[in-house]
Design a protein around this ligand. Structure first.
Ligand SMILES: Nc1ncnc2c1ncn2[C@@H]1O[C@H](COP(=O)(O)OP(=O)(O)OP(=O)(O)O)[C@@H](O)[C@H]1O
Length: 334
């Protein structure tokens, strides 16, 4: 399908113009008809592209599970032996009781060579699928400290999937010849079963921006020489699930038809650090809430297939992006 000439099946020029006109050279086609012809060709190309993508999605299945193995951090280098062996879609862990083998759609190796860009290459078809009007979800989960945030958000000079996906979507918008793509973003946090809109601080933000413009934020030095900026907004970072939603609206220039879709990028919180060492009080509650919502999410992916859905804030939010008309990519890190 992908290898065939995308213009196969497009009628010759003469069939697209008035039956009385026969054109042999495209340069002599009147301008308005030339434009119409180009539009028609673009539309057919677009239909062929969609068909090829749908076929490949059907072949690969709607859920894909990738594994990214975090490099051994400098601090652990002395303590950890090389316990993992990686092949393209397989990971073998050598344990004292014998090796254990796990299969994935793809395993990203441990070394630095497996760059953030390699992960995006696997995500790219899913972005295309989202732009075509399907709801899509990319989830990163794994133990605490295994690289979920690194994969989703990245660090300076190594941006993660969220930023790269946005860049790619803007690229798609810039080359789209058949429609107009509008992209919006939302961010929210699920903490202890409650939702918090991470971008909804508008009145406070406006107040701060005005203060900065007017030079009203003052520097203060405390007794230890610490510089503090008076009134600067500080938001506590909690161990929680962080969800980024990219919404796309694509309007076809030809017939005005609109396709709307949601692309969720989820950095699931890890609870192991919170639950170890006899956690109590709020820490214990946070750990329990994270564990509950992640295990419920696992159940829900299965339950959605059986058309039964259990209740958890996380799964309620993702419900329409994990079901039938959606594409799930599961970026597991270890
Ligand atoms: N592929 C990688 N290459 C280089 N450094 C990495 C990679 N993955 C993770 N790290 C580093 O490992 C540390 C832990 O990663 P990260 O914070 O992303 O883990 P996490 O799974 O999100 O943890 P938590 O569940 O506690 O939020 C960070 O210092 C991060 O920069």
């Amino acid at each position: 399908m992908m290898g065939s000439n995308p213009l196969d099946g497009i009628p010759p020029n003469s069939e697209m113009s008035d039956s009385s006109d026969v054109y042999t050279d495209v340069n002599v086609v009147p301008e308005h008809e030339n434009v119409e012809l180009k539009k028609k060709k673009n539309k057919l190309l677009e239909e062929k592209r969609r068909e090829a993508l749908n076929n490949s999605t059907n072949l690969k299945g709607s859920i894909r599970v990738f594994c990214r193995v975090r490099p051994i951090l400098q601090a652990n280098k002395m303590k950890v032996r090389d316990l993992v062996e990686i092949e393209l879609g397989k990971m073998v862990i050598r344990l004292s009781g014998g090796p254990k083998e796990f299969g994935f759609d793809k395993v990203f190796p441990q070394d630095q060579e497996a760059a953030q860009g390699d992960v995006l290459t696997e995500v790219e078809p899913i972005l295309r699928y989202a732009v075509d009007g399907h709801n899509v979800c990319v989830l990163a989960y794994g133990q605490t400290g295994t690289g979920k945030t690194f994969t989703m958000d990245g660090i300076n000079y190594q941006p993660g999937i969220v930023l790269r996906a946005l860049e790619k979507l803007f690229y798609f918008a810039s080359i789209d010849k058949t429609s107009t793509l509008t992209i919006s973003i939302s961010m929210l946090e699920v903490y202890m079963g409650n939702l918090r809109d991470l971008l909804a601080t508008k009145p406070v933000r406006e107040m701060h921006e005005t203060a900065i413009r007017c030079g009203n934020l003052n520097n203060k030095t405390d007794q230890k020489g610490f510089i503090e900026i008076e009134g600067l907004l500080e938001v506590q970072i909690l161990e929680s699930h962080c969800l980024t939603r990219i919404s796309t609206v694509r309007q076809c220039d030809h017939d005005g038809e609109v396709e709307v879709s949601k692309l969720w990028m989820v950095d699931l919180g890890g609870s192991e650090r919170l639950l170890k060492n006899g956690a109590t009080g709020q820490t214990l509650d946070e750990g329990r809430a994270i564990t509950l919502s992640v295990s419920t999410l696992g159940d829900v992916i299965g339950a959605l297939r059986r058309k039964k859905c259990r209740n958890s804030k996380l799964t309620q939010i993702l419900k329409d992006s994990l079901g039938h008309d959606s594409e799930g990519l599961d970026a597991r890190s270890c």
